[in-house]
Design a protein around this ligand. Structure first.
Ligand SMILES: [Mn+2]
Length: 394
């Protein structure tokens, strides 16, 4: 069977003040046509269907139309909410849409269930793992309660992390997986042996990297369709993969976009390939004096791109935007960098190589700011500070 893996549609998003709805609509049309041409049986949206929790009417209409078109073409749909979506608004009718072959899941309702669907070549277990905010977990969620009657609700909540709620959801679902093959769909920041590449448009899940979860959580699934990171990429193996967004949603997304097509045999072995997308404008960050930027040969490729201009003139330039717009039709952002300092230059921060404790993060922060590890005295102060911070955390 063939599966189309997509994520992070962010329907309703704008780039600067420019609506992207026409481009998003073009993508949806392309998706339906591709599904038909490739005889796809299952289409996946791995979260961030909408850009905002209260999505604009046009975005809701586009989703409804696309889901209808996919179903008319005989394609089953499995979609989860991401950290941008409002689960209450995306999934209230999921019991009804299930009946029509559109499986929508969001928030904690139904987490841990397995949906077994019969496809042309046999059954496939679907485990839908929407973005789960550990702070929003119901009191009776997960295994923190089991065998530890003495733990009060506050303590339970304090112990929950992105890693723990996802691990609990997966272990609950695994007990009901019966088919010879399985597909997990998850919206999370998954970290494996090598680090992934992030973009500017992903709203971070947790300050300091503790929103990360271990890649090993997904070891038992035939394929895991990930959402959240906007660049298409594998996490260590091609069956644990981010499909990336269909369009460029920030200036850092200067990479090619694609959707992922999986051909899975009835035992779960998968052949994975990318179908390139060429929809919407490219992005360009241009840097130079206004005189340089206005040279016709400075960046002819960027004439139609979304442009971020970093202007390095030392003196004030009047009517900067108007001048730039003579040559570039979509100037979205202008930054002044008179001293050559570019606020886009990356500040070196430790990579999220593993899930870290608040205490480890405090140490890393200290070292990054002070340039040396904390002394014994500072260590003991940090110990106390982190401990008392964790005590008051709701
Ligand atoms: Mn996203």
């Amino acid at each position: 069977m063939k599966i189309l893996h997509t994520s992070d549609w962010h329907l309703g998003r704008t780039f600067g003040s420019t609506s992207l709805l026409a481009d998003q609509s073009e993508f949806c049309h392309f998706l339906v046509q591709t599904a038909i041409a490739e005889r796809v049986e299952l289409a996946v949206i791995a979260g961030d269907i909408f850009d905002r929790s209260i999505a604009p009417r046009e975005a809701i209409e586009l989703l409804r139309q696309t889901l209808s078109d996919l179903r008319r073409a005989g394609v089953i749909v499995a979609a989860i909410t991401g950290n941008h979506d409002g689960p209450d608004r995306v999934v209230p009718y999921s019991a009804l849409t299930d009946l029509s072959g559109v499986y929508l899941r969001g928030g904690y309702t139904g987490v841990g269930e397995t949906i077994t669907h019969e496809f042309s070549d046999g059954p496939l277990d679907l485990v839908l793992l929407p973005y789960l905010d550990p702070r929003a977990a119901p009191d009776d969620f997960g295994r923190a309660l089991e065998g530890e009657e003495s733990i009060d609700k506050l303590e339970q909540r304090r112990r929950r992390t992105h890693q723990s709620v996802l691990a609990d959801a997966i272990s609950a679902a695994r007990t009901t997986c019966e088919a010879p093959r399985s597909l997990a769909i998850s919206h999370a920041f998954v970290v494996g042996e090598t680090s992934c590449e992030e973009s500017e448009s992903e709203r971070i899940l947790e300050v300091g990297g503790s929103g990360a979860v271990d890649a090993s959580l997904f070891d038992d699934f035939s394929y895991t369709a990930l959402g959240h990171l906007h660049k298409p990429q594998d996490v260590g193996r091609e069956t644990l993969r981010y499909s990336g967004t269909p369009l460029r949603y920030s200036f850092s997304e200067n990479h090619d976009k694609s959707v992922t097509l999986i051909e899975m045999d009835r035992h779960g072995a998968s052949d994975v390939r990318q179908i390139p997308l060429a929809i919407g404008r490219t992005v360009a960050t241009l840097r130079g004096t206004i005189e340089e930027l206005l040279e016709p040969l400075f960046a002819p490729h960027a004439r139609d791109s979304f442009v971020r201009a970093v202007v390095t003139n030392r003196e004030t330039v009047i009517d900067l935007k108007v001048k730039l717009e003579q040559l570039y039709s979509n100037v979205v952002e202008i930054q002044l960098a008179p001293n050559g300092v570019d606020i886009n230059d990356p500040v070196p921060v430790p990579l999220h190589e593993k899930v870290r404790t608040p205490r480890e993060m405090a140490n890393e922060f200290w070292e990054a700011v002070e340039g040396s590890p904390p002394t014994d005295r500072i260590t003991s102060l940090l110990d106390d500070a982190v401990e008392s911070a964790l005590e008051v955390q709701p």
